[in-house]
Design a protein around this ligand. Structure first.
Ligand code: ASP
Length: 435
C-alpha cells in the first residue's frame, strides 16, 4: 500500500468510527432524552429544536449539494462513455441488476411475512389512524400515481425540478445532455470541460461535508428519538413488534446474505470488507432516512472504494432514485401485514400482484423520508385494500424508514461494485495473439 493510499484508508476508517460512535451516542441519548426534557410543551419543542439544529444543518448541506452533484456527475459520466454502444451496455447492466435485486428483496419479504404472519400473531393493532399524511388522506389512484412517476421524468421546468429535488427529472435531462454533448465533438468540449471541473469541485465540497456528518448524525438521531417519547417504545413498538421484526429480519437477510452473495459471485472478494468501506454512507442513510440526501456520501465512499468515477457517476444517482430494495421489501411486508390484520385472505394471484406493484412502488418512491409509505397506495389499491389502512403502520414508519433506507443504499453500493467489475472486465484489452 502506498503512503497516500494508507493515509486515505486511515482517514476513511476514522470517519466510519466517528460516524458509528455518532449513531450510538445519538441513539442512546435520544432514548433517554424524553425523561430529561421539560414537561412543558413549548419548552420541550424549543429544546428539541436546539438539539436537532446541527442535524438540520447537515441535511441542508447534503440537499444543497445533491442537485449540482447529480447534474455534473451524470453529464460527465454519460459523456465519458462516448460510444453509444458502451452507454447502452452499462445502462442495460445497471437496469438488469436493479430489477433482479429488487425482485429478490420483494420475494424475501413475501416469504417472510407469510411464514411469520405478524398480522395474525401480532394481535392488537392501534385504532388511531387519524394522523395520516395529507397525501394518504386524499389518495390518488394507482394509475395516477404511476403516471406521476413518468411525468416526473420530463419536468416542465428544469429550475423547478432542481428546486423541488425532482431527482428523476434531473437525471433524465442530464443523461440526454451528456449524450448529446458527446456527439458534438470539439464543439461539445467546452461545456464538458466545464462540467468536469465543476464535478471535481463539488466532490471536494462533499469531502468537507462528510467530516461534519458525524455531528449532524448524532443530533438528528437524538432529536428524532427524543421527539418519539416513551409512548413509542411502550405502546407502538409493543403493538407492532411482530411487524417490525418481520421487516427488519427481511432487510437483514437481504443485506447480510443476498447482496453479499451477489457481490461475491461476481467479484470473488470479501463482500463485508466492501460494505465496511461503504459504512459511512449506510450510517448516513440510517440517520437521514433519505437516499437522495445520502448520495453525496455514497459517491465519496465509492470513490474511496476504488469504484471508477465513471461507473459511480452513472449507477449511484440512478440507484438513489429507482433502486430501492429495502423499500420494495417493506411495501410487500406492510401490505400483507395489513391484509392479515384486517382478516383479509390474499390469493396467490394477489401475491403476484403485490410482487409487481411493490417493485413499481419502490421505483416510484422518491429518495426522501417516508416516501415509501405514500407510494404504498399503489400496492394497497391493487389488491383491493383501502389506502387509509396504511394508517395501521404509521406510528412506527419513521423508525423502519431508517433501516430500509440503509438497505436501499447498500443495494446501490453493491450494484456499483458489480457493474464496475463487469465494465472493467470489458475494458481490459484483448490478449495479443502470439505471432
Ligand atoms: N426513505 C427511503 C429512501 O430515501 C424511501 C422510503 O422507503 O420511504 O430511500
Amino acid at each position: 500500500m502506498t503512503d497516500d493510499r494508507a493515509t486515505q484508508q486511515r482517514r476513511a476508517n476514522a470517519l466510519v468510527a466517528f460516524t458509528g460512535a455518532a449513531v450510538l451516542v445519538g441513539g442512546l441519548l435520544g432514548y433517554f432524552l424524553p425523561d430529561w426534557l421539560p414537561t412543558d410543551d413549548h419548552a420541550r419543542a424549543q429544546a428539541l429544536l436546539v438539539i436537532g439544529f446541527p442535524g438540520d444543518l447537515l441535511l441542508r448541506m447534503l440537499k444543497m449539494i445533491v442537485v449540482p452533484l447529480i447534474v455534473a456527475t451524470m453529464i460527465v459520466g454519460v459523456s465519458s462513455l462516448g460510444d453509444i454502444r458502451k452507454a447502452g451496455r452499462i445502462g442495460g447492466r445497471t437496469i438488469i441488476y436493479y430489477a433482479a435485486t429488487t425482485g429478490m428483496a420483494v420475494l424475501t419479504g413475501i416469504l417472510l411475512v407469510n411464514i411469520i404472519e405478524p398480522g395474525v400473531v401480532g394481535a392488537s393493532v392501534p385504532e388511531n389512524v387519524s394522523a395520516l399524511p395529507q397525501s394518504l388522506q386524499q389518495p390518488k389512484g394507482a394509475l395516477e400515481a404511476i403516471l406521476d412517476v413518468v411525468r416526473g421524468m420530463f419536468p416542465d421546468n428544469l429550475i423547478a425540478a432542481g428546486a423541488g429535488m425532482n431527482v428523476l427529472g434531473l437525471i433524465v435531462f442530464s443523461i440526454v445532455l451528456g449524450a448529446v454533448l458527446s456527439t458534438m465533438g470539439e464543439r461539445g468540449r467546452p461545456v464538458l470541460r466545464f462540467f468536469e471541473s465543476f464535478n471535481e469541485a463539488i466532490m471536494k465540497i462533499v469531502h468537507l461535508i462528510v467530516w461534519y456528518a458525524p455531528v449532524g448524525i448524532a443530533s438528528l438521531l437524538m432529536a428524532r428519538m427524543g421527539a418519539a417519547g416513551a409512548d413509542f417504545w411502550n405502546v407502538e413498538v409493543k403493538q407492532l413488534g411482530w411487524y417490525m421484526t418481520t421487516v427488519i429480519s427481511g432487510l437483514g437477510i437481504h443485506v447480510l446474505i443476498t447482496l453479499p452473495l451477489i457481490y461475491f459471485l461476481f467479484k470473488r472478494q470479501h463482500p463485508f470488507r466492501y460494505l465496511w468501506g461503504m459504512a459511512q454512507a449506510l450510517l448516513t442513510a440510517f440517520s437521514t432516512a433519505s437516499s437522495s440526501a445520502t448520495l453525496p456520501v455514497t459517491m465519496e465512499c465509492a470513490k474511496n472504494n476504488k469504484i471508477s468515477e465513471r461507473t459511480a457517476g452513472f449507477v449511484l444517482p440512478l440507484g438513489a432514485t429507482i433502486n430501492m430494495d429495502g423499500t420494495a421489501l417493506y411495501e410487500a411486508v406492510a401490505v400483507i401485514f395489513i391484509a392479515q390484520s384486517l382478516g383479509v385472505e390474499l390469493t396467490t394471484a394477489q401475491m403476484v400482484v403485490i410482487f409487481f406493484t411493490a417493485t413499481l412502488a419502490a421505483i416510484g418512491a422518491a429518495g426522501i423520508p417516508e416516501a415509501g409509505l405514500v407510494m404504498m397506495v399503489i400496492v394497497l389499491t391493487a389488491v383491493g385494500l383501502p389506502p387509509e389502512a396504511a394508517g395501521l403502520i404509521l406510528a412506527v414508519d419513521w423508525f423502519l424508514d431508517r433501516f430500509r433506507t440503509a438497505v436501499n443504499v447498500a443495494g446501490d453500493s453493491i450494484g456499483a461494485a458489480v457493474v464496475d467489475h463487469l465494465e472493467q472486465r470489458n475494458a481490459e484489452p484483448a490478449p495479443v495473439a502470439a505471432a
